[in-house]
Structures are given as C-alpha cells and as structure tokens.
Design a protein around this ligand. Sequence first.
Ligand code: GLA
Length: 511
Amino acid sequence: MGKTRNRVVAFFLAMCMLLSVGAVFGSQPAEAAKKPKLSAKKMTVYIGKTKTLKVKKNGTKTIVKTSWKVSNKKIVTLSKKKKTSVKLKGKKTGSTKVKAVVRYRRKGTKKVYKTTLTCKLKAEVYVSPAAKKKANVKKATTQYSSLAKLAEKHGMKLGTVVNYGYMSDTNYKNLVKYHFNSLTAGNEFKAYSLLDQQKSAQNKDGMPVMNYAMADAIMDFAKANGIKIRGHVLVWHAYMSDWFFREGYDQDKKYVSKAVMQKRLKYYIQDVITHFEKKYPGVIYCWDVVNEAVADSSVGNDKRNLRTDNQFYQILGSDYVEQTFLYAKDVVEDLGADIKLYYNDYNAFFAAKREEICNLATSINSYVKDDSGQYRKLCDGIGMQGYIGGYGTQTGCMNEAQIPLIKTAIEKYASLGFEVQVTEMAVRNYSGSTKNMKTHAEFYKKLFQMFIGINTGEDKPLKAVSIWGLFDDPTLTQGSYGYSMNGPYCGLFDELYGVKDSFKNVYSVLK
Ligand code: GLA
C-alpha cells in the first residue's frame, strides 16, 4: 500500500517538474507552437455577393487538407472549398460562423497535425458607402438642430473647411449647409491658387492677373445657402509662387525692387478683396490678411519675432505685415464693406508665441495715424489655428491642461481689443479605439464648455470656431501630411458622415 502510494507521489512530482520546465522554456519548440490561421476572425458577407476566406500557413510548412462547415446554411453558403480557401455567399440577414478543420505539417517533421479554426459571419444587405453617407447625413440633419444655430445663441459662428472637390459631393454639401454658417477654403483663396503666371507675364501694365474660377464655385455655394466665408489668406510665405516676386513673373529672372513689389502686392490685395465683394456682396465677413508670420524659435531682438527667410520680408522689409494690413484696410474702407481683418497663426495659445503675436498685432495697429492723429485700427482680430495635440503622434493629444491655455490666450487677445476666432481646428487623435473615442468626445465637451464660458458676458470676444478636422479618415497613412496634421480619428463625424460622440457632446454643450 505504502509503496504504491510512494510511486503515485513520485509520478505526480515528475509530472509537475515536466510541466514547470515546459512553462519556463515553452513546452514545445517555437516551430511547433505555430499553427495555421484564418485570414479573418470576423467577416461581413453581403446578400447575393461572394467573399473569400483563406487559411494562412502562419509559419507552418504545408496545409494538407481543410474541411469547411458553416453553422447555418440559410444565412451563408459555402462553395469552392479548397484546402487554403473557401467562398462565402450571403443568403439571408443574420449571424452564423464557419468552422475550418485544418490538417497541416510543421517544419522539420512529417507528422500531420490538426487544428480547428472559426470565423464569425454576419450577412447583411449591401449598402454602398455613398448610400451610407446619404442616410447618415439625413439622420444628422433631421434628428438634431443645426449646430450653427445653437452656436449663434452664444455669439459665435460655427465653421468648417471646404475645397473645390467637395462642390461635387452632395452629401458633404447637405451636411455642411445645415450645421455650419462659416466656411474657409483650404487652398482656393490663397495667392498661389489665384495667381495666373502666364496671364500675369503677358499683362501690359505689369500687374498680376488672377483666376477666380475655383474660388467662385465655393462662393456660389456659400451665397446660395446663406453661408459666410472667411477669406483665407492674402499673404502667406508658405505655399507661395516664387515667380510672383520676380521680374516679368519669370522664374529665371531676378527679384524685383521693393517699390515694384509694393505696387504688385497692393494691386493684388485690391483686386482680390474687390472681386469677391463686388460679385458676392457681404459673403466674405473676414479676411486672414497675413498667415504665420511669427517664427517658432527666437530670431533676434524683434519683439514680434518675425520669420525673415521669405521674399515678403526680404523684398518689402521688416514691416511687410503692417504694410499688407494697411493695403487691405484701405480697400475695405473704400468699398465700405463689413469685412474684419485678421492675423492668423498656429500655436497661438502657447505663452511665448502668444506674446509675440500680441506684439505684432499691436505694432500693426500703431503703424499709421488717421487725419485726427489717432492710430488706425488695421487689424481687427486674431485667428488662433486650433491644431490641438501632438503632430503625427498620440503623445500629447487630448491633453486637458491645454484648455486653460487656450482660454487665457483668447482672453489676452480680447483684452487688447481684438476679436478672436479659433480657426483650422482639429482635435488630433490617432487611434480609433473605444477608449480614445471616448476621451476625444470628453475633450470636445470641455473645450466647448470653455468656449461658451468665454462668451457669457456682454463682449463675446470669440466670434467663430472653425472645425477643420470634421471627418475621420482611417485611410490616411502614417507619416503623410494629412495624417500628421489632423490625425485619422479627429472627426465630429466618422468617415461615412455618421455622428460620433464628439458631435453629440458639442451638440449638448451648445444646446
Ligand atoms: C496652415 C494654413 C492652412 C493649411 C494648413 C495645412 O495652417 O493656414 O490653410 O494650408 O497649414 O493643412
């Protein structure tokens, strides 16, 4: 009896040792741990359409045989059953699963192993992305009041971005005209888009010639739907055609003199502001006159800390921003137009840059005096670009500590007599996980609570918030400019224009 018991104990101990050795070193060599897998664990199959499910070797040597079986043949049927793939066809709306019993060989052995793999299946009627967008837009515009109308109660416009391509997207147009009352064109109003090199070079009087066709298409849409436009932007050193600064508008010739450049720029500004105001009176309610003139790192003793490495600065001189505002103000006053003039920049809520922008804006407004000896207010407002969060990386995104910084900046600009807009806003987010989407919605809620808090008094300094990161775009590839600028999951709407929790939170804060 005692002996038998000892043997049992010894056997038990030996087994324990074996198991624990296995646990430490891996009970099987690495090769052996590998198993084939299916190309998907979950799949949606459309009624009447076929999809392929594959068996992947996943580091094993060969697939010997696979037997396929679906749990409910009324929902999905199988055909072309091969050892490495099967065709699935949707029959009826519902859920089921497909089971694959796979026999395979591992590397270094002739033995045949067996594993059972499953994939969950959902069969549904196919709806094209365009039809989904249409249905989502319908929901967003019938189940909710207009965001812009709600924002109006807080003294601000609600804006978004538009480009020429969107003019043929009915779903986009329907969504935007319902929820927004301010539009900014991504690029179509910038000098590099408007300037026509060939015609400028041929022009007898030496002044530049513009092509307004694409910008006008956007103006037509805005006018027809009672939406206002932020003119963006008259002078920006980036995205600029170098030939504009050269003799005969010829890339191969030398740069023109300051006097010639002043004449060209003055003419350009006059023509652009006048064209839109005459053809579409009152549609443009503000212009970004100069964009991003302030440098990121310190460039010297200039309190405005201007970038110097561009032709505007180098040809027109260190007061090119002030000159540009003067040209623009003169045109607006001559036209008697109700157009506010803005200076627009990014990182405008970080203390150092904020102070430099304040210095620049103050300098613009103490540049020239009127007949009664008072300084002319050439700059009416500050546009704070609203890219919030890490550039191209999740680190630093949706950091609530930035909300008070934005608030302080708005208050600071307002205290100097400027109106303020948050322009080009994207609450960056690089992950579509449930957790991140929740944090994104929460961040948006706190941000808009702060915005409406700023405007509770009489002054209402925050005139508009323009959301540029309006839709998710999971197709953006990491490292691309669009990916880094906005983040693929920055939207109030998903990629099929469906409302996200971020939209719902903005909605309930404004309501
Ligand atoms: C700046 C400009 C915008 C746009 C972005 C890039 O912020 O002001 O008009 O060009 O860069 O998307």
